[in-house]
Design a binder for this molecule. Structure first.
Ligand SMILES: NC(=O)c1ccc[n+]([C@@H]2O[C@H](COP(=O)([O-])OP(=O)(O)OC[C@H]3O[C@@H](n4cnc5c(N)ncnc54)[C@H](OP(=O)(O)O)[C@@H]3O)[C@@H](O)[C@H]2O)c1
Length: 317
């Protein structure tokens, strides 16, 4: 990053630079990165970050962090991965990374395609099952249904037994794409039309969107608070305020649950085994768009925020 964005980030806030890559030392590997996702949530990190968030703020002169997958091309010695192994790490927007072995996770052969490791599968799964406690036949509503998280939550909810799966988008055109391309039963533009009541809400947006959905949520509805896109992409980018009438929530028995969950090793292996089975059988696909080359990352970020894409946006190196 070469300048802190005053509003939303654009290509003018980034520069691609060539720097020499050192040899990996003991306990390190050199990874030739192949894919990283670009998400609107990065804006919060570019404008100062949020205390306690899993990723630190990005300062001028630093590289945006992100989960990244790639292939080991050199090892610095010691125990650990070998040349040719695929790994994930968090070094972010770089073509090559020298990373400590304990900062890498081997991809193994759980999933049919390494790029699928960039999907927000675990977050979506725990939001639906542990936080919102989805029951068979219920109606699930997902906000920002076209985003990286939303495009996974909808199809996953159906696979997990939801009776009806609906979403919100910011434009009618996007709402129609959600129905036709992701298989949502219906999609709504908040403020332009009435929204259906749901038993389970997976909220990626917060703010006025969340308030509108809570106004019509079914009695006993469970809300998984996953993201705060409205707060991240408007105003300071580092707060997500919303005014709620808690009388209504109490009287209708509606519960709100923050989702901040990383799997332990056993949960990860178990989950990747199930996910790999679904991806191989075609029961699930990874909704994503690929853009090519590190130079395209800043423009891709601007496009994600503007809502040009559907699914996770992946930079392919
Ligand atoms: N809790 C966790 O563990 C966890 C894990 C992953 C992500 N998250 C959070 O989940 C949220 C979604 O992440 P993501 O990766 O799905 O994001 P993303 O793919 O980058 O989001 C893209 C979507 O953002 C929507 N959008 C852009 N500006 C908006 C605004 N002002 N108001 C509402 N929607 C707006 C667009 O909707 P349209 O298509 O309708 O234009 C677009 O589809 C983020 O807040 C992220 O930080 C949380």
């Amino acid at each position: 990053m070469v300048a802190v964005p005053e509003g939303l980030p654009g290509p003018e806030h980034f520069e691609v630079v060539d720097v020499p890559v050192r040899e990996p030392g003991p306990g390190e590997v050199l990874v030739r990165n192949r894919y990283f996702p670009v998400s609107a949530r990065l804006r919060t990190l570019l404008v100062g970050g949020v205390e306690g968030a899993p990723l630190p703020p990005v300062r001028v002169g630093e590289v945006p962090p992100s989960i990244t997958v790639g292939e080991v091309v050199a090892v610095g010695g010691g125990e650990g991965p070998g040349v040719g192994d695929w790994m994930s790490h968090w070094d972010g927007w770089r073509e090559e990374s020298v990373v400590p072995v304990d900062g890498c996770t081997p991809l193994g052969d759980w999933l049919p395609d390494p790029v699928a490791h960039l999907g927000s599968w675990w977050t979506s799964y725990v939001a639906l099952t542990r936080h919102a406690r989805l029951r068979s036949g219920e109606t699930v509503l997902v906000t920002a249904g076209a985003g990286g998280v939303g495009s996974i939550v909808g199809p996953l909810a159906r696979l997990l037994g939801a009776g009806r799966v609906i979403a919100t988008a910011r434009t009618r055109e996007k709402a129609q794409r959600l129905v036709h391309e992701l298989g949502y039963d219906a999609a709504f533009v908040i403020g332009e039309e009435p929204v259906e009541a749901a038993d389970v809400i997976v909220d990626n947006v917060g703010g006025a969107t969340l308030r509108a959905l809570l106004d019509v949520a079914k009695p006993g509805a469970r809300v998984a608070l996953v993201g705060a896109l409205e707060g991240q992409l408007t105003g300071s980018g580092t707060t997500a305020p919303v005014e709620l009438d808690t009388f209504g929530l109490i009287l209708r028995g509606i519960s709100l649950h923050g989702v901040n969950n990383r799997p332990d090793q056993d949960e990860r292996d178990d989950w990747l085994g199930r996910l790999g089975g679904w991806l191989r059988s075609g029961a699930l696909t990874f909704p994503h768009v690929r853009v090519s080359g590190i130079d395209s990352a800043p423009r891709a970020l601007q496009e994600v925020i503007a809502g040009h894409h559907l699914g996770t946006v992946v930079v392919e190196l």
